[in-house]
Write a protein of this length. Sequence first.
Length: 432
Amino acid sequence: MKKTLTNNLGLKILALVFSIFLWVIVENVETPITEKTYNGIQVTVTHPEIVTNPGNTYQVSEEFRSVSVTVRAKRSVLEEIESSDIRATADMRKLDTSTRSLVPIEITIPAYAGDYEAASANPPNIQVTIETGATETFPIIPVASGSLRDGYEIGELTANPESIKISGPQSVVGSIDRVVAEVDVSGLSKDTELEAEMAFYDRSGKVIDTTTIEHNLGEEGLKVKVKVLHSKAVPVRVDTSKVVPAADYILSNVSIQPETVTVIGTPSQLDEIDMVNVPAEALEISGLTESVERTIDIVDYLPTWAKPTDENAGMPVVVRIGIVRSGTKSFEFPVSSISLLNVPKGYKVSYQTDGTIEIVVSGSEAALNRFELEQGSVSINLVNIKTAGNYNVPVQVTLDKGVVLYKEVTVPITLEEDDAIEIEEKSGGSDG
C-alpha cells in the first residue's frame, strides 16, 4: 500500500500544483478583480471631543457630508455589496495639524472584511471649520398666523417652554436676534395648545440656518398655548352736558367716529358691558362759536379686562361738536352723495369723496324745524368751468321756502381731460 502511494510521487505533486494553478486561473477568469463606485455614502465623524472638549465647535462643509466610495474586489463580491454595507468615518484624532481643517476618510465594509482588495473615498478628506463655541438662552416669542372664527379674538399666546438654550458656533449664536414659535390659529374658537414651528431670525429679519446649532427642547418639542376670547361691538355714548356754546350760539349736533368699538373678553365679562359711557368731564368746553373736533381715548372708561390688544395705540374716538348761531340749523352731509352737474364734454372730475361737509341754513324756527336735506338736494355745478385745472366749486343746496344758506361751502375739485373718451372717439371714427 505504501509503495502504491509513493509511486511516482513527484508526478503527483506536480499534478497537484498544476491543479491549484489552473483553479486560480479559472477563478480569475470567471470572477475577475474589478471596481465599482457607490455614491452618497454618509460620513460619520468620530472622536469629536478632540475639538469640542476645549469649548470649540466644528462644522462639516455641506459638500463633504457624503462621499463616493470606490471598492476593488471580485465581481461576485461587488454584486453582493450594498451602499448600506459601507462605512465612511472621519476620525478627529487624525485632524491635519497644519491646516486644522482636513480629516482623512477611512472606508470599511465590516460584513465583507477580507473579501475586497481596497476601498477609497472621493474626496479622500472632509473639510471642517472649527470655531469658538457659545451658549446663550433666548426667550421664545409666540406668533400667530391665520384668522380665528368670526366673533373671536386672540387673548394671549404663551410659548411652552418660554425660553430655549442654544449652543453652537459663536458666529451663528451671536447672530440670533430672536427665536419665534409660529402657529396657525385658523378657525379656532376655544383655548388650544398647538404644535409650533421654531424659527431663528437675525437683526435684519432674515431666517438663520440652524443646522450647526443645538438646543435643549428635547423630544417634547415646542408648543404654544392659545387663549381665545369672544368679541363684542359696543356703542359709545358721550355726555355733552359740559359743552357750552357762546352767547347767540347753540349746539346743533354731536357725532362720534367710530360709533361702536370692539372689546374682547370672556362671555361672562361681555355680558357686563352694553355701552361705553364717556363722562362730561372728558369733554368740558365753553364759549364755542364754531364746530370743533376732539379726540378722546376711551380706554380709561372701559373695564380693566377690556383693554385694547395694542395698548400703545389706545382706543381713540373722534367727537365732532356742531355749533351754529341761533336761528340756524346744521347738517353733516356725505361728500360722496353730492351730485355732479354739467361736466364739460371730454373732461373728467376728481375730488376727495371721503368724509362730510357741514351745511348750515338759517330761517324761522318753524321753517327750520320742517326742513331736512334729502338725497340729491346737494350738488356742485360746473357750468361755468370750461378748462382743465383746480377749482373750489361752491356747493348748491335745494332749500325750502323761508330757509336760506347761512354760509357758503366749497368743494375742491380737479378737472382734467379724459383720455379714455378721446381714444374711444378715435376708435369709433376708424370703424366708420
